[in-house]
Structure formats: structure tokens, C-alpha cells
Design a protein around this ligand. Structure first.
Ligand SMILES: CC(C)(C)c1nc(N2CCN(c3ncccn3)CC2)c2cc(C(N)=O)c(N)nc2n1
Length: 335
């Protein structure tokens, strides 16, 4: 948030503030996109970016071409082959309270004219991945990128033991999931980097991104990455009718599937799921930053369709940022 109310800015003081904000946001972007080691948590970046946009909107004459608000889309790193996703990898709407989930559920119930059954899943704090198999062989792995264009990380993904190179049947199928680094491996990696005087990763998500988006697969191989799969693209073509079926089938095909999925027939059951899963953050060996609610019936998902970027049939509930843990990490590493 801006240091003073918007209407107190003069052109001069706005100019000075914009200069500071442009430099700050560009510095965050540089670290995020090139070194895969963001300097700050996403919500700090988002706040600075929003301040910049707010001030530029009030003083458009002060917008400069080097302002990060003038860039379009997410750059993908040079050096990686680009991959266009046949079906875009959508992003997710977020809510931050159970009340907002209630609103989402009410709206869906009205649209459907009946109660909606959900499949609730943990929201793994990793990076989204697409795996394409032809005749049961892994032929391409790519990152989500901006949802349409991602990076080809096939060579790197082939170094991950958890990813099946061959399926039990000669299927042509695309599956999607999340690549993550176990928290225990993240701790070891950072301790190792620190002992070699290298920069440490801020959190397991950045460590996974930095390890996967390595041009040298031998480096990826040394990092303990893993995956959880949660989507079969065009699942109905394989006789699958619900999200719960899709997760079961992914398991039968040999993919790691997170064991905490739960079908919830009512919002009360979703509430219970959130209560059951929230304490798990302290014990699970992988980062979770919320839960994902999906309409379980796949035909109903298709009927509800998607808005331009976000499906109408799913929503992510984000846990409040766990400042305590982050602070503990910082103290640990600094000491
Ligand atoms: C198939 C849909 C679209 C419903 C979907 N999309 C997901 N994501 C989209 C947004 N993503 C994203 N990533 C970066 C920038 C913007 N959006 C990251 C993945 C899901 C992520 C998880 C998870 N993390 O555990 C999950 N259990 N289910 C998901 N399901």
C-alpha cells in the first residue's frame, strides 16, 4: 500500500514514488524470472505491482516504457524450447474465506438448479506441469508458462523417478499435475548451497521451479523433485465421468496421486475437509497453500464451462500466509 493517500500526491511526489516502485518491482521480476529465486513472497510482489498500477492510473503522463506494467504476459526463459498447450492450462480463481466459498457454492447451485458435489484436493505449492504420452511412452513434458505457451522440460522430467516413462497400456493421453520439492529435500538443498556460499532458495516452490527450469538435466537429476498428477485431459474419452474417477485412474496408470482427495457432497463437508487439512501443513513433507474445489461431475464441468481464464467449476481456497514459518526459515538460515 502506498505510503500516503492517493489524493495527497503531487506530480512531483508521484514521480519520485513511481521511480522507487518501478525499480522495486523490476528488481523483484528480475529475481523471479531469471534466477528463479524470488526476493519476496508473491503477495509482497503483488502489493508493490498494484501500488505502481494505482499511481500510474492517476498520473498516466508519468508512465515510462520501462515500467513493468508495460510488459505483456509472462516471459519464459531464453534457452528453453517453447511448447503450445493444445488445451490451455487455465488459472484458478482464489477465495480467502469460507464465506466466499459459500458464495461460490450458492452461485453454482443456482446455475445448476441443484446441489453440487465437489472433489476437494490439497493445493500443492509447486509448479504446474503437462505430460504428454503417445502409445504409452512419455514424449513431452512442459511447464504451464502463461497457460498457453510453456517451456519444454522433457529431458529434466525424465530424471524424476516418480514420473512413469511408460504406461501400463499404450495410451495417447495428456495428464497434468504439480511438480514439487519435498520440504525435507528443500532443507538439505539449502544447507548444502549455504555451505558452498551459494544463494539459498526462498521456499520449496522456488527450489522446484529453479531445479526444473535448469537447462542442464544433470543438475535437475541431483535435486529431489517429485510430482502429483490431478488432471486427465479429455478424461471422458477414457470412459471417466468424475474428477474422483480421474484421480483413481491416474493412480492405476502408475502416476503419483495425492492421497488426500475427498468427495464432498455439501459445503459442510468441504468445511470439515478444510479443518482436517489445515493442521496438516505442519506435518506434510510438501508445501500446500490451500485446497482446490472442483465440481466432481465432468459433464457438469463442461456445461458450466470456463470464463476467459478461469473455469467456473472450480475455486481455490488459500490459507492465510504463514508468516510464522517464513520468519522461522529466515532466522534459521541467517543464524
Ligand atoms: C484443472 C484445474 C484448472 C482445475 C486445476 N488447475 C490447477 N492449477 C491452475 C493454476 N495454476 C497456476 N500456476 C501458475 C500461475 C497461475 N495459475 C497452477 C495449477 C490446479 C492446481 C492444483 C494444485 N496446485 O495442487 C490442483 N490440485 N488442481 C488444479 N486444478
Amino acid at each position: 500500500t502506498l505510503p500516503q493517500p492517493l489524493d495527497q500526491y503531487t506530480e512531483a511526489s508521484a514521480e519520485a514514488e513511481l521511480k522507487k516502485l518501478r525499480a522495486q518491482v523490476n528488481q523483484y521480476r528480475e529475481a523471479y524470472y531469471t534466477k528463479d529465486a524470488p526476493l519476496v513472497e508473491d503477495y509482497v510482489y503483488d502489493a508493490a505491482y498494484n501500488d505502481l498500477q494505482t499511481l500510474e492510473k492517476k498520473f498516466p503522463q508519468l508512465i515510462t516504457p520501462d515500467s513493468p506494467t508495460q510488459l505483456v504476459g509472462d516471459e519464459t526463459l531464453p534457452g528453453f524450447t517453447k511448447v503450445r498447450h493444445a488445451i490451455p492450462m487455465l488459472s484458478m480463481g482464489d477465495v480467502f474465506s469460507v464465506d466466499e466459498l459459500k458464495t461460490f457454492d450458492d452461485r453454482l447451485q443456482k446455475a445448476v438448479g441443484a446441489a453440487v458435489t465437489y472433489n476437494a484436493e490439497l493445493k500443492i505449492d509447486g509448479l504446474a506441469l503437462s505430460l504428454v504420452y503417445q502409445q504409452g511412452k512419455l514424449v513431452q513434458a512442459s511447464t504451464r508458462g502463461d497457460g498457453v505457451i510453456g517451456e519444454d522440460v522433457t529431458a529434466n522430467i525424465k530424471t524424476i523417478k516418480a514420473v512413469p516413462q511408460t504406461l501400463p497400456q499404450p495410451l495417447d493421453v495428456e495428464v497434468r499435475g504439480e511438480c514439487y520439492m519435498p520440504i525435507s529435500s528443500f532443507g538439505k538443498l539449502n544447507a548444502d548451497r549455504e555451505s558452498r556460499g551459494e544463494a539459498v532458495f526462498a521456499n520449496p516452490r522456488n527450489a522446484a521451479a529453479g531445479s526444473l527450469r535448469q537447462l542442464n538435466p544433470r543438475i535437475t537429476k541431483e535435486r529431489d523433485l517429485s510430482v502429483w498428477l490431478y488432471t486427465i485431459v479429455k478424461a471422458q474419452d477414457y470412459g471417466i465421468t468424475t474428477q474422483a474417477d480421474a484421480l483413481r485412474t491416474l493412480g492405476e496408470w502408475g502416476f503419483p496421486v495425492n492421497p488426500n482427495g475427498r468427495v464432498c457432497r455439501t459445503l459442510a463437508e468441504v468445511d470439515q475437509y478444510i479443518d482436517d487439512m489445515t493442521p496438516q501443513r505442519q506435518t506434510l513433507d510438501y508445501g500446500i497453500d490451500g485446497i482446490v474445489l472442483k465440481v466432481n461431475d465432468l459433464d457438469l464441468q463442461d456445461q458450466l464451462g470456463n470464463t476467459v481464464k478461469v473455469p467456473r467449476w472450480e475455486i481455490a481456497y488459500k490459507f492465510p500466509p504463514e508468516m510464522a514459518r517464513t520468519v522461522v526459515h529466515k532466522i534459521t538460515w541467517t543464524v
